[in-house]
Design a protein. Structure first.
Length: 318
């Protein structure tokens, strides 16, 4: 499906690529090393420059998100701080939702124009901004009054729908009113799970919940019911890297496993091999609106650009 080319923001060497994102048109990209630096591209990965949210120092970067329109971005460091950008990732401002102290920020997300942002602390709380990160308020999933291992947050294109997952024996929560209230949703019944990643189409018609060490689930009715997806067959996997768009493209990468792609919201899958026929630790796999551009991150290896020329052509003429 995709033609893959290695891209080298930090040179020809293996790195712990971890936090990656791209704008909806695939032009702006962010790629961060888990213990290292952050790199920015404004030409679909053809060239890269180092960008310094925290200055000229290495940080444990966890997750990054560029808004769909490319105007804003947010990135977080585990054992560090939270940063937002008003130019898609070229320059940054430190934000302090939880005060002027290092926190274990593990997940961030934003809506299409970057006005609604959500950030989560592992063994902590979830924070919401509706002004592109300038001001923040704490939000509480229903019935959750104490700190939790929040590890997967996602915001829909219009900012109304928010998914929040708890890792390590936790639950999954959904809001359809920009975090004013939440309801628990149960993909696998009334059981705890390790929900470490969440995602969805921009219109929130398809929601995805990724469980570390287990399975992937999808909902087409705002979380009322869920269906299991099986990219790798009937096997448990540690799903981490993922990406999706509203056209049906869905990517799912396993940590110490393979990378899979679907063009029909997970109904059918093909294995992709950017780095050859071997297990890799796929940590991120953002995809453009057209499905023609993908950035696949191997933590402990290389960074790969995927191009689907047919998808781009179809997108241009529809």
């Amino acid at each position: 499906m995709f033609t893959w080319t290695e891209t080298q923001p930090a040179g020809a060497a293996n790195f712990g690529w971890q936090a990656c994102s791209m704008s909806g048109d695939g032009a702006k990209m962010l790629a961060a090393i888990s213990v290292g630096r952050v790199y920015f591209s404004s030409n679909s990965g053809a060239s890269w420059t180092e960008t310094q949210p925290a200055g000229a120092v290495d940080k444990t970067w966890a997750i990054a998100q560029i808004s769909n329109d490319g105007t804003h971005a947010i990135i977080c460091a585990s054992t560090g701080r939270l940063y937002t950008s008003a130019d898609g990732g070229s320059s940054w401002t430190e934000r302090q939702p939880a005060g002027a102290a290092d926190k274990e920020w593990v997940s961030v997300s934003c809506d299409d124009d970057g006005s609604v942002m959500v950030a989560a602390i592992f063994n902590g709380r979830v924070w919401l901004s509706t002004d592109s990160g300038v001001n923040w308020s704490e939000i509480y999933p229903t019935g959750v009054a104490e700190n939790k291992n929040f590890d997967g947050v996602w915001v829909s294109g219009n900012g109304a729908t928010i998914l929040v997952g708890c890792n390590g024996a936790g639950r999954l929560y959904i809001s359809t009113n920009t975090g004013s209230s939440f309801a628990e949703t149960q993909p696998k019944g009334n059981f705890d799970g390790s929900w470490n990643r969440t995602n969805g189409t921009r219109n929130a018609e398809h929601l995805y919940a990724f469980e570390y060490g287990k399975r992937i689930w999808t909902s087409t009715n705002s979380g009322s019911s869920w269906t299991e997806l099986r990219p790798a067959g009937d096997f448990d996997k540690s799903w981490v890297g993922n990406g999706c768009n509203s056209s049906g493209f869905l990517l799912a990468g396993a940590y110490t496993g393979r990378l899979y792609a679907s063009t029909n919201y997970g109904g059918y899958w093909v294995e992709e091999q950017p780095a050859g026929a071997a297990d890799k630790s796929w940590s991120a796999a953002p995809i453009s609106n057209s499905g023609g551009n993908v950035l696949a991150a191997h933590n402990g290896g290389r960074l790969w650009l995927g191009i689907n020329p047919l998808s781009n052509a179809l997108f241009m003429f529809t």
